[in-house]
Design a protein around this ligand. Structure first.
Ligand SMILES: Nc1ncnc2c1ncn2[C@@H]1O[C@H](COP(=O)(O)OP(=O)(O)OP(=O)(O)O)[C@@H](O)[C@H]1O
Length: 255
């Protein structure tokens, strides 16, 4: 059986800078992989390659059998890869509901004519879209703020809506970019619970970049550790935590 995601020999350079060097990993469907590493290790570059923002010079990225290399971000999104950004990508002066609806529409193929005529098919699609959004609102327990302007919400709730925006695409693979950065302990705990529910109840496979080591150790199935663009360890959290190369990379950063 082909792996859900298979990344092999991935390399990305910017002029003289090597952001990623020969990185490879596999991901099983339904699992949660954390990518960790010191600043500048290449974590964001991996996400940008997976979502089509950067074009790696070398290697392959096979997602459910399709090579993503060379595909545009919108094409990759349509294949079922969504991203929750670290910097919230929501419209502050729109409601939670409108933001979620936009999150859905932005990535769906549109027929302008049918939207104009508002024919039966478009109406049916609209009803189906609405149902997906209502399910997400229930799932994330944000009924009480559905009509609130996003700009008025506290940070933790904004991040929850940002997660909802990514889920609105009904992704098969979700990329989480530091989902708990800037959160207090309670918000972090809530987000951790939602991430675990996304995996177990919605069956979404996830890759998460995260600096918060407690969270990584608690919820990740596997951890990929990068340093200076190279893979230095990959395995279950407990094993990676004991790895001498990982300890050295982190102590090196602290000193
Ligand atoms: N668009 C770009 N142009 C030039 N260099 C880049 C670009 N994007 C990333 N790099 C370089 O690639 C290397 C890896 O950067 P990347 O942002 O992937 O690291 P990171 O692990 O996500 O770091 P951080 O934890 O600080 O976000 C760095 O040296 C960075 O300066």
């Amino acid at each position: 059986m082909q792996p859900f995601l298979h990344v092999a020999d991935l390399s990305l350079r910017f002029g003289g800078t090597t952001a990623i060097r020969d990185v490879g990993f596999e991901l099983d469907e339904g699992s949660l992989l954390a990518i960790i590493g010191p600043n500048g290790a290449g974590k964001t570059s991996i996400f940008n390659c997976l979502s089509g923002v950067y074009r790696p010079q070398q290697g392959s990225i096979r997602f459910r059998g399709t090579d993503l290399r060379g595909l545009r971000p919108d094409a990759i999104a349509r294949l079922g890869v969504a991203r929750m950004f670290q910097n919230i990508e929501l419209f502050d002066n729109l409601t939670v509901l409108d933001n979620l609806m936009l999150g859905r529409h932005r990535h769906l193929r549109y027929s302008t004519l049918s939207a104009l005529l508002y024919d039966r098919r478009a109406r049916r699609a609209e009803v189906a879209n609405r149902r997906v959004i209502e399910d997400i609102i229930d799932f994330l327990q944000i009924q009480a703020i559905r009509r609130s302007m996003v700009g008025m919400l506290p940070y933790g709730l904004k991040k929850r809506v940002e997660l909802g925006r990514a889920l609105a695409m009904e992704p098969a693979l979700l990329l989480l970019d530091e989902p708990v950065a800037g959160m207090n302990a309670e918000e972090t705990e809530d987000m951790a619970r939602f991430i675990l529910d996304v995996r177990s109840e919605l069956g979404v496979t996830m890759i998460m970049i995260e600096h918060e080591m407690g969270l990584v150790m608690d919820i990740a199935d596997e951890v990929l550790v990068l340093d200076f663009g190279e893979r230095i360890a990959h395995g279950p959290p407990a094993q990676v935590q004991r790895d001498p190369a990982v300890i050295k990379a982190y102590l090196g950063e602290a000193s």
